[in-house]
Design a protein around this ligand. Structure first.
Ligand SMILES: Cc1ncc(COP(=O)(O)O)c(C=O)c1O
Length: 374
């Protein structure tokens, strides 16, 4: 007997999609055309050096494109392990660290699983909680927008959180935890604590990798999209205890890192000192931006340990962002986070980009004040 189907329209198809998915929104980043100065995604302003690109062209010729890559990019895994001072078996390399957030969701979150997140936090983690129908408890920040360590300790214990995610330095605020605070939360947690260190290279505090021997519930998430300037290549990685890595691998899609991406990352890692030099430049760059912002009337700047900074001005964020776009400068409006209504975020650019941003901001603020329409 033929099975009768009631899926006869697009709406019917959409009804087949889980409510937990339908209720979400797509991850969309503003990308108006013709933007000359792009400072909205905490990317590095430095592309790969030309000679390294030329080297990669040779690699393209060398690759057997008809062959699958290894499930894990073995050589890159080894190189990253050496850099972190851990064994290769402690690492999972992924298609950007974003990809690993879904691995966490699949591995740790059943419907109703208790999960704790501090606020405000990189939005993807809340999305994963919602997609998996986890029971989410969010802990508001302190007045200075730092994570509330005490509140987090209470929340993880009260809810019995199986998964807690911290980000330090945190996006969107740029504020960082001290290692002792991360340790306090890990020690109090009945479940796993993922520490997202996407911006760790810009901060002087030690990595939570140091905590892993004493606190096996700690896992560290890293990316090559920021300090390494490889956002276009998509490489992130997890550092965890080898037995945990083996289990998490069971939840992963195979072949997520392609052959050229592996070689690109390896070529960059071989350039000893290049990343470190660029990090130093970006630390200077963000300090210069912060200092310039502080001199502007009515501009309030949140201290940052990352390559970006958030700030408020006497002008509302929406028209200010629009006006900066009109002047060819793209920054991020943080109004999507309730605590950050009125805030804009700008990342460190080249000297010329910073200058263009500061000039556009000054013009907008001063001309709007004199026009009386602030
Ligand atoms: C805290 C944080 N984690 C992860 C990511 C994404 O990293 P990836 O490019 O490796 O997916 C970002 C990107 O903005 C971020 O801010």
């Amino acid at each position: 007997m033929a099975v009768e189907t009631s899926v006869t329209s697009t709406d019917d198809v959409i009804d087949c999609i889980r409510p937990a998915v339908r209720e979400r929104s797509e991850y969309v980043v503003d990308s108006p055309p013709d933007i000359e100065v792009k400072l909205n995604q905490n990317e590095s302003p430095f592309d790969l050096p030309d000679d390294l690109k030329a080297e990669l062209q040779e690699e393209v010729e060398d690759i057997e494109w008809n062959r699958y890559p290894n499930e894990q990019p073995t050589r890159l895994r080894e190189a990253l392990a050496e850099r972190e001072g851990v064994s290769p078996e402690s690492i999972i390399v992924a298609n950007g660290s974003n990809e690993l957030t879904y691995t966490f969701g699949l591995a740790f979150l059943d419907p109703g699983t208790p999960m704790v997140l501090p606020r405000p936090l990189f939005s993807l983690y809340k999305k994963v909680a919602r997609l998996q129908d986890a029971t989410l408890t969010e802990v508001p920040p302190r007045d200075d927008l730092r994570f509330d360590t005490k509140g987090l300790v209470t929340a993880v214990q009260k809810t019995g959180a199986r998964l807690t995610v911290l980000a330090t330095p945190n996006n969107p605020t740029g504020r960082a935890l001290r290692l002792s605070e991360t340790e306090r939360i890990a020690a109090a947690s009945p479940g796993v604590v993922v520490v997202d260190e996407a911006y760790v290279e810009f901060n002087s505090e030690a990595s939570a990798v140091e905590l892993m021997d004493e606190h096996p519930n700690v896992m560290v998430l890293r990316t090559m999209s920021k300090a390494f300037g490889l956002a276009g290549a998509r490489i992130g990685y997890l550092v965890a205890q080898p037995p945990v890595v083996r289990e998490l691998m069971k939840a992963r899609l195979p072949f997520m890192v392609d052959r050229l991406t592996e070689r690109t990352a390896l070529a960059l890692l071989r350039r000893g000192g290049l990343v470190e030099e660029r990090v130093r430049q970006l630390q200077v760059s963000i300090t210069e931006v912060v200092e310039a912002l502080k001199t502007m009337d009515g501009v309030e700047v949140v201290p940052t340990q990352a390559n970006f900074v958030i700030f408020t001005t006497p002008m509302a964020a929406d028209p200010l962002q629009d006006s900066l776009i009109d002047r060819g400068v793209l920054v991020r409006n943080m109004g999507g986070y309730p605590e950050l209504e009125g805030y804009l975020r700008v990342n460190a650019g080249t000297r010329a980009e910073n200058k263009a941003f500061l000039a556009a901001l000054e013009k907008t603020l001063y001309s709007s004040v004199s026009d009386g329409d602030a």
